[in-house]
Design a protein around this ligand. Structure first.
Ligand code: PMP
Ligand code: GLN
Length: 382
Protein backbone atom coordinates (compact mmCIF):
# COMPACT_ATOMS: atom_id res chain seq x y z
CA UNK A 1 0.00 0.00 0.00
CA UNK A 2 1.34 3.43 -0.89
CA UNK A 3 2.35 5.49 2.15
CA UNK A 4 -0.30 8.14 1.69
CA UNK A 5 -3.06 5.52 2.11
CA UNK A 6 -1.47 3.61 4.96
CA UNK A 7 -3.47 5.42 7.65
CA UNK A 8 -6.69 4.20 6.03
CA UNK A 9 -6.50 0.42 6.08
CA UNK A 10 -9.78 -0.19 7.91
CA UNK A 11 -12.87 1.85 8.74
CA UNK A 12 -14.19 2.32 12.24
CA UNK A 13 -17.66 1.29 11.01
CA UNK A 14 -16.46 -2.08 9.76
CA UNK A 15 -14.45 -2.66 12.93
CA UNK A 16 -17.22 -1.71 15.34
CA UNK A 17 -19.86 -3.61 13.42
CA UNK A 18 -17.68 -6.73 13.47
CA UNK A 19 -17.21 -6.33 17.23
CA UNK A 20 -20.96 -5.83 17.69
CA UNK A 21 -21.70 -9.01 15.74
CA UNK A 22 -19.09 -10.96 17.71
CA UNK A 23 -20.65 -9.99 21.04
CA UNK A 24 -24.27 -9.92 19.85
CA UNK A 25 -24.33 -6.28 20.88
CA UNK A 26 -27.00 -3.75 19.99
CA UNK A 27 -25.25 -1.87 17.19
CA UNK A 28 -25.64 1.87 17.66
CA UNK A 29 -22.23 2.34 16.04
CA UNK A 30 -22.63 2.31 12.27
CA UNK A 31 -25.46 4.61 11.18
CA UNK A 32 -27.97 2.61 9.16
CA UNK A 33 -31.73 2.22 9.66
CA UNK A 34 -33.25 -1.11 10.69
CA UNK A 35 -36.48 -0.66 8.73
CA UNK A 36 -37.12 -0.32 4.99
CA UNK A 37 -37.98 2.74 2.94
CA UNK A 38 -41.33 3.58 1.33
CA UNK A 39 -43.22 0.68 -0.28
CA UNK A 40 -43.76 2.69 -3.47
CA UNK A 41 -39.99 3.04 -3.88
CA UNK A 42 -39.40 -0.68 -3.24
CA UNK A 43 -42.10 -1.48 -5.82
CA UNK A 44 -40.48 0.86 -8.32
CA UNK A 45 -37.15 -0.95 -7.83
CA UNK A 46 -38.85 -4.33 -8.25
CA UNK A 47 -40.58 -3.17 -11.40
CA UNK A 48 -37.31 -1.81 -12.78
CA UNK A 49 -35.53 -5.04 -11.87
CA UNK A 50 -38.11 -7.20 -13.65
CA UNK A 51 -38.65 -4.58 -16.35
CA UNK A 52 -35.21 -4.91 -17.86
CA UNK A 53 -33.30 -2.03 -16.21
CA UNK A 54 -30.38 -4.33 -15.53
CA UNK A 55 -27.72 -3.11 -17.93
CA UNK A 56 -25.45 -0.06 -17.72
CA UNK A 57 -27.44 3.12 -17.19
CA UNK A 58 -26.21 6.24 -19.05
CA UNK A 59 -22.91 7.64 -17.74
CA UNK A 60 -24.37 10.74 -16.04
CA UNK A 61 -27.32 8.75 -14.66
CA UNK A 62 -30.80 7.89 -15.97
CA UNK A 63 -32.53 10.96 -17.41
CA UNK A 64 -35.64 10.58 -15.23
CA UNK A 65 -33.46 10.49 -12.10
CA UNK A 66 -31.48 13.57 -13.13
CA UNK A 67 -34.76 15.37 -13.84
CA UNK A 68 -36.12 14.34 -10.41
CA UNK A 69 -32.92 15.53 -8.70
CA UNK A 70 -33.26 18.90 -10.47
CA UNK A 71 -36.91 19.21 -9.30
CA UNK A 72 -35.87 18.26 -5.78
CA UNK A 73 -33.07 20.85 -5.71
CA UNK A 74 -35.52 23.49 -6.90
CA UNK A 75 -37.11 23.26 -3.43
CA UNK A 76 -34.19 25.35 -2.22
CA UNK A 77 -34.56 27.84 -5.06
CA UNK A 78 -31.54 26.73 -7.11
CA UNK A 79 -32.05 25.58 -10.65
CA UNK A 80 -29.86 22.93 -12.31
CA UNK A 81 -29.99 21.73 -15.90
CA UNK A 82 -30.39 17.93 -15.74
CA UNK A 83 -28.49 17.62 -19.03
CA UNK A 84 -25.26 19.31 -17.94
CA UNK A 85 -25.40 20.12 -14.24
CA UNK A 86 -26.31 16.84 -12.53
CA UNK A 87 -24.32 13.63 -12.19
CA UNK A 88 -25.54 10.44 -10.52
CA UNK A 89 -22.86 8.68 -8.45
CA UNK A 90 -22.35 5.54 -6.38
CA UNK A 91 -23.49 7.23 -3.19
CA UNK A 92 -22.19 10.46 -1.76
CA UNK A 93 -18.96 8.63 -1.00
CA UNK A 94 -18.03 8.33 -4.67
CA UNK A 95 -19.23 11.88 -5.35
CA UNK A 96 -16.89 13.21 -2.65
CA UNK A 97 -13.91 11.15 -3.79
CA UNK A 98 -14.43 11.90 -7.48
CA UNK A 99 -14.84 15.63 -6.75
CA UNK A 100 -11.59 15.75 -4.79
CA UNK A 101 -9.71 13.66 -7.36
CA UNK A 102 -11.00 15.83 -10.20
CA UNK A 103 -10.55 19.22 -8.57
CA UNK A 104 -7.52 18.98 -6.29
CA UNK A 105 -3.97 17.67 -6.66
CA UNK A 106 -0.57 17.51 -4.99
CA UNK A 107 0.29 20.93 -3.61
CA UNK A 108 -3.33 21.90 -3.01
CA UNK A 109 -4.88 22.21 0.43
CA UNK A 110 -8.43 21.24 1.24
CA UNK A 111 -10.04 22.67 4.35
CA UNK A 112 -11.87 19.99 6.28
CA UNK A 113 -14.01 20.62 9.36
CA UNK A 114 -13.13 18.45 12.36
CA UNK A 115 -14.54 16.06 13.41
CA UNK A 116 -14.95 14.87 9.81
CA UNK A 117 -16.74 11.93 8.20
CA UNK A 118 -14.06 9.28 7.81
CA UNK A 119 -13.98 9.11 4.02
CA UNK A 120 -12.89 12.77 3.71
CA UNK A 121 -9.33 12.30 4.91
CA UNK A 122 -8.89 9.20 2.75
CA UNK A 123 -10.38 10.90 -0.32
CA UNK A 124 -8.15 13.98 0.08
CA UNK A 125 -5.19 11.60 0.34
CA UNK A 126 -6.27 9.68 -2.77
CA UNK A 127 -6.40 12.99 -4.63
CA UNK A 128 -2.84 13.64 -3.48
CA UNK A 129 -3.88 16.90 -1.83
CA UNK A 130 -3.42 17.86 1.83
CA UNK A 131 -6.13 18.34 4.41
CA UNK A 132 -6.10 21.38 6.63
CA UNK A 133 -8.30 20.77 9.59
CA UNK A 134 -10.40 23.35 11.43
CA UNK A 135 -12.14 22.14 14.58
CA UNK A 136 -15.71 22.85 15.60
CA UNK A 137 -15.97 24.66 18.91
CA UNK A 138 -18.54 24.13 21.67
CA UNK A 139 -20.29 27.43 22.05
CA UNK A 140 -23.78 28.38 23.32
CA UNK A 141 -24.66 24.73 23.84
CA UNK A 142 -23.84 23.58 20.31
CA UNK A 143 -20.91 22.70 18.12
CA UNK A 144 -20.25 25.86 16.13
CA UNK A 145 -18.01 26.68 13.20
CA UNK A 146 -14.80 28.39 14.27
CA UNK A 147 -14.95 31.25 11.80
CA UNK A 148 -11.67 32.81 12.93
CA UNK A 149 -10.01 29.42 12.66
CA UNK A 150 -11.47 28.99 9.21
CA UNK A 151 -10.17 32.34 8.04
CA UNK A 152 -6.75 31.58 9.48
CA UNK A 153 -6.65 28.22 7.70
CA UNK A 154 -6.81 29.72 4.22
CA UNK A 155 -3.41 29.92 2.53
CA UNK A 156 -2.23 30.62 -1.00
CA UNK A 157 -2.51 26.89 -1.62
CA UNK A 158 -6.12 26.45 -0.47
CA UNK A 159 -8.18 25.11 -3.32
CA UNK A 160 -11.38 23.86 -1.73
CA UNK A 161 -13.39 23.59 1.45
CA UNK A 162 -15.27 20.40 2.22
CA UNK A 163 -18.24 21.06 4.44
CA UNK A 164 -20.89 18.76 5.87
CA UNK A 165 -24.23 19.95 7.28
CA UNK A 166 -26.23 18.43 8.94
CA UNK A 167 -22.98 17.28 10.47
CA UNK A 168 -21.86 13.74 11.18
CA UNK A 169 -20.81 12.95 13.93
CA UNK A 170 -21.87 15.96 16.06
CA UNK A 171 -25.45 16.42 14.81
CA UNK A 172 -24.88 20.13 14.43
CA UNK A 173 -26.67 22.03 11.64
CA UNK A 174 -24.84 25.12 10.45
CA UNK A 175 -26.76 28.37 10.77
CA UNK A 176 -27.40 30.96 8.12
CA UNK A 177 -24.78 33.24 9.71
CA UNK A 178 -22.16 30.48 9.69
CA UNK A 179 -22.83 29.58 6.07
CA UNK A 180 -22.81 33.23 5.06
CA UNK A 181 -19.33 33.52 6.51
CA UNK A 182 -18.16 30.38 4.68
CA UNK A 183 -19.62 31.70 1.44
CA UNK A 184 -17.92 35.08 1.88
CA UNK A 185 -14.59 33.33 2.50
CA UNK A 186 -14.98 31.17 -0.62
CA UNK A 187 -15.79 34.19 -2.75
CA UNK A 188 -12.97 36.29 -1.30
CA UNK A 189 -10.33 33.59 -1.87
CA UNK A 190 -11.85 32.04 -4.99
CA UNK A 191 -12.33 28.62 -3.37
CA UNK A 192 -14.43 25.70 -4.49
CA UNK A 193 -16.92 24.44 -1.90
CA UNK A 194 -17.74 20.74 -1.80
CA UNK A 195 -20.84 20.23 0.34
CA UNK A 196 -21.97 16.95 1.85
CA UNK A 197 -25.72 17.25 2.40
CA UNK A 198 -26.69 13.59 2.82
CA UNK A 199 -28.75 14.39 5.94
CA UNK A 200 -30.52 17.32 4.27
CA UNK A 201 -34.00 16.02 5.20
CA UNK A 202 -33.10 14.93 8.73
CA UNK A 203 -33.24 18.21 10.65
CA UNK A 204 -35.14 18.63 13.91
CA UNK A 205 -37.06 21.24 15.88
CA UNK A 206 -36.58 24.62 14.23
CA UNK A 207 -33.30 23.79 12.46
CA UNK A 208 -33.29 24.40 8.73
CA UNK A 209 -31.05 22.90 6.06
CA UNK A 210 -29.57 25.67 3.94
CA UNK A 211 -27.52 24.54 0.92
CA UNK A 212 -24.33 26.57 0.60
CA UNK A 213 -24.97 26.87 -3.16
CA UNK A 214 -27.91 29.18 -2.41
CA UNK A 215 -25.67 31.87 -0.89
CA UNK A 216 -24.44 34.85 -2.93
CA UNK A 217 -21.62 34.00 -5.30
CA UNK A 218 -21.76 30.29 -4.47
CA UNK A 219 -23.89 28.61 -7.11
CA UNK A 220 -21.12 28.19 -9.65
CA UNK A 221 -18.32 27.44 -7.21
CA UNK A 222 -20.14 24.78 -5.18
CA UNK A 223 -20.24 21.05 -5.81
CA UNK A 224 -23.42 20.11 -3.95
CA UNK A 225 -23.50 16.45 -2.98
CA UNK A 226 -26.32 14.40 -1.54
CA UNK A 227 -27.69 10.89 -1.66
CA UNK A 228 -30.87 8.89 -1.19
CA UNK A 229 -29.67 6.50 1.51
CA UNK A 230 -30.60 8.57 4.55
CA UNK A 231 -33.71 10.21 3.12
CA UNK A 232 -35.39 6.97 2.08
CA UNK A 233 -33.84 4.31 4.37
CA UNK A 234 -31.87 2.66 1.58
CA UNK A 235 -28.21 3.10 2.54
CA UNK A 236 -27.27 -0.08 0.64
CA UNK A 237 -28.52 1.20 -2.70
CA UNK A 238 -25.74 3.78 -2.97
CA UNK A 239 -27.50 6.27 -5.19
CA UNK A 240 -25.90 9.68 -4.77
CA UNK A 241 -25.54 12.78 -6.88
CA UNK A 242 -23.66 15.95 -7.64
CA UNK A 243 -25.27 19.26 -8.62
CA UNK A 244 -22.89 21.93 -9.89
CA UNK A 245 -22.01 24.16 -12.85
CA UNK A 246 -21.45 22.38 -16.19
CA UNK A 247 -17.71 22.93 -15.85
CA UNK A 248 -17.52 21.37 -12.37
CA UNK A 249 -19.86 18.49 -13.25
CA UNK A 250 -17.77 17.73 -16.35
CA UNK A 251 -14.66 17.62 -14.17
CA UNK A 252 -16.21 15.32 -11.56
CA UNK A 253 -17.57 13.10 -14.32
CA UNK A 254 -14.08 12.74 -15.80
CA UNK A 255 -12.95 11.09 -12.56
CA UNK A 256 -16.20 9.27 -11.78
CA UNK A 257 -16.41 7.53 -15.15
CA UNK A 258 -13.17 5.68 -14.44
CA UNK A 259 -13.96 4.80 -10.85
CA UNK A 260 -17.32 3.03 -11.18
CA UNK A 261 -18.39 4.27 -14.66
CA UNK A 262 -22.03 3.75 -13.59
CA UNK A 263 -23.90 1.91 -10.84
CA UNK A 264 -27.29 1.06 -9.38
CA UNK A 265 -29.21 0.46 -12.65
CA UNK A 266 -32.60 -0.63 -11.26
CA UNK A 267 -32.33 1.62 -8.21
CA UNK A 268 -32.03 4.80 -10.23
CA UNK A 269 -35.66 4.82 -11.46
CA UNK A 270 -36.78 3.88 -7.95
CA UNK A 271 -35.02 6.91 -6.48
CA UNK A 272 -36.50 9.08 -9.24
CA UNK A 273 -39.90 7.85 -8.05
CA UNK A 274 -39.00 8.49 -4.42
CA UNK A 275 -37.79 12.06 -5.02
CA UNK A 276 -40.97 12.86 -6.94
CA UNK A 277 -43.52 11.05 -4.74
CA UNK A 278 -42.14 9.97 -1.38
CA UNK A 279 -41.05 13.20 0.28
CA UNK A 280 -44.13 13.05 2.55
CA UNK A 281 -42.80 9.65 3.67
CA UNK A 282 -39.43 11.29 4.34
CA UNK A 283 -41.17 13.97 6.39
CA UNK A 284 -42.74 11.23 8.54
CA UNK A 285 -39.30 9.68 8.89
CA UNK A 286 -37.93 13.02 10.06
CA UNK A 287 -40.64 13.33 12.72
CA UNK A 288 -40.09 9.78 13.84
CA UNK A 289 -36.31 10.28 14.06
CA UNK A 290 -36.80 13.39 16.14
CA UNK A 291 -38.72 11.23 18.63
CA UNK A 292 -35.98 8.61 18.54
CA UNK A 293 -33.36 11.28 19.17
CA UNK A 294 -35.28 12.36 22.27
CA UNK A 295 -35.79 8.77 23.38
CA UNK A 296 -32.11 7.86 23.09
CA UNK A 297 -30.90 11.17 24.53
CA UNK A 298 -33.12 10.74 27.60
CA UNK A 299 -31.93 7.16 28.05
CA UNK A 300 -28.27 8.11 27.71
CA UNK A 301 -28.73 10.87 30.28
CA UNK A 302 -30.36 8.38 32.66
CA UNK A 303 -27.43 6.04 32.10
CA UNK A 304 -25.16 8.82 33.34
CA UNK A 305 -23.68 10.34 30.19
CA UNK A 306 -23.63 14.10 29.53
CA UNK A 307 -25.63 14.37 26.33
CA UNK A 308 -24.80 16.95 23.66
CA UNK A 309 -27.63 18.47 21.62
CA UNK A 310 -28.44 17.13 18.15
CA UNK A 311 -30.17 19.33 15.55
CA UNK A 312 -29.93 16.88 12.64
CA UNK A 313 -28.56 13.51 11.33
CA UNK A 314 -28.84 10.05 12.90
CA UNK A 315 -26.45 10.73 15.77
CA UNK A 316 -26.18 11.92 19.31
CA UNK A 317 -22.84 12.51 21.01
CA UNK A 318 -22.23 12.11 24.73
CA UNK A 319 -19.44 13.01 27.11
CA UNK A 320 -18.28 9.88 28.95
CA UNK A 321 -16.50 11.70 31.81
CA UNK A 322 -19.48 11.87 34.21
CA UNK A 323 -19.34 8.05 34.31
CA UNK A 324 -15.69 8.16 35.30
CA UNK A 325 -14.16 7.39 31.90
CA UNK A 326 -11.55 9.61 30.25
CA UNK A 327 -11.20 8.08 26.82
CA UNK A 328 -14.38 7.24 24.89
CA UNK A 329 -12.40 5.05 22.50
CA UNK A 330 -11.25 2.77 25.31
CA UNK A 331 -14.86 2.56 26.44
CA UNK A 332 -16.11 1.96 22.89
CA UNK A 333 -13.75 -0.99 22.42
CA UNK A 334 -14.91 -2.69 25.64
CA UNK A 335 -18.57 -1.70 25.50
CA UNK A 336 -19.84 -4.55 23.24
CA UNK A 337 -18.37 -7.22 25.50
CA UNK A 338 -19.07 -5.45 28.78
CA UNK A 339 -22.72 -4.42 28.32
CA UNK A 340 -23.63 -5.51 24.78
CA UNK A 341 -23.87 -2.15 23.01
CA UNK A 342 -21.69 -0.74 20.20
CA UNK A 343 -20.95 2.95 19.64
CA UNK A 344 -18.28 4.94 17.83
CA UNK A 345 -15.66 7.20 19.46
CA UNK A 346 -15.58 10.68 17.98
CA UNK A 347 -11.81 11.02 18.16
CA UNK A 348 -11.36 8.65 15.22
CA UNK A 349 -12.89 11.38 13.05
CA UNK A 350 -10.21 13.89 14.00
CA UNK A 351 -6.55 14.82 13.75
CA UNK A 352 -6.60 15.93 17.40
CA UNK A 353 -7.66 12.87 19.37
CA UNK A 354 -6.82 14.42 22.73
CA UNK A 355 -9.28 17.26 22.21
CA UNK A 356 -12.12 14.94 21.22
CA UNK A 357 -11.40 11.85 23.28
CA UNK A 358 -14.25 12.28 25.77
CA UNK A 359 -17.01 12.03 23.15
CA UNK A 360 -18.87 8.90 22.05
CA UNK A 361 -21.36 8.78 19.16
CA UNK A 362 -24.58 6.74 19.26
CA UNK A 363 -26.93 6.23 16.30
CA UNK A 364 -30.68 6.51 16.93
CA UNK A 365 -31.93 5.44 13.47
CA UNK A 366 -33.28 2.23 15.03
CA UNK A 367 -36.62 0.78 16.12
CA UNK A 368 -37.76 2.03 19.52
CA UNK A 369 -37.40 -1.40 21.12
CA UNK A 370 -33.78 -1.53 19.94
CA UNK A 371 -33.07 1.89 21.44
CA UNK A 372 -34.75 0.85 24.69
CA UNK A 373 -32.76 -2.37 24.89
CA UNK A 374 -29.52 -0.44 24.35
CA UNK A 375 -30.45 1.99 27.12
CA UNK A 376 -31.33 -0.86 29.52
CA UNK A 377 -27.92 -2.38 28.88
CA UNK A 378 -26.07 0.93 29.19
CA UNK A 379 -27.63 1.57 32.60
CA UNK A 380 -25.43 -1.25 33.90
CA UNK A 381 -22.37 0.94 33.36
CA UNK A 382 -22.99 2.86 36.58
N1 PMP B 1 -21.35 11.70 4.22
C1 PMP B 1 -21.75 11.54 5.47
C2 PMP B 1 -21.67 12.70 6.41
C3 PMP B 1 -22.25 10.32 5.92
O1 PMP B 1 -22.63 10.17 7.18
C4 PMP B 1 -22.30 9.26 5.01
C5 PMP B 1 -22.72 7.91 5.47
N2 PMP B 1 -23.58 7.40 5.53
C6 PMP B 1 -21.90 9.46 3.69
C7 PMP B 1 -21.42 10.69 3.33
C8 PMP B 1 -21.92 8.38 2.68
O2 PMP B 1 -23.08 8.42 1.93
P1 PMP B 1 -23.40 7.31 0.82
O3 PMP B 1 -23.82 6.09 1.55
O4 PMP B 1 -24.46 7.91 -0.01
O5 PMP B 1 -22.14 7.07 0.07
N1 GLN C 1 -22.34 6.99 7.45
C1 GLN C 1 -22.45 5.90 8.38
C2 GLN C 1 -22.02 6.37 9.74
O1 GLN C 1 -21.47 7.43 9.90
C3 GLN C 1 -21.58 4.73 8.04
C4 GLN C 1 -21.27 4.45 6.63
C5 GLN C 1 -20.16 3.47 6.51
O2 GLN C 1 -20.16 2.44 7.15
N2 GLN C 1 -19.19 3.80 5.73
O3 GLN C 1 -22.23 5.66 10.66
Amino acid sequence: LVPRLQPFTSTIFAEMTALAVRHEAVNLGQGFPDTDGPAGMLDAAKNALFGGANQYPPGPGRPELRAAIARHRLRYGVEYDPATEILVTAGATEAIAASLIALTQAGDEVIVIEPYYDSYAAAVAMAGAERRVVGLVERDGRFALDLDGLRAAVTGRTRAILINSPHNPTGTVFTRAELEAVAALCVEHDLIAITDEVYEHLVFDDAEHLPLATFPGMRDRTVSISSAGKTFNCTGWKIGWVCASPELVAAVKAAKQFITFVSGGPFQPAIAHALDHELPWAEDLRTSLQGKRDRLAAGLAEAGFAVRPTAGTYFVCVDVRPLGFEDAAELAWELPERVGVAAVPVKVFTDHPDEWKHLLRFAFCKRNEVIDEAVTRLRKLR
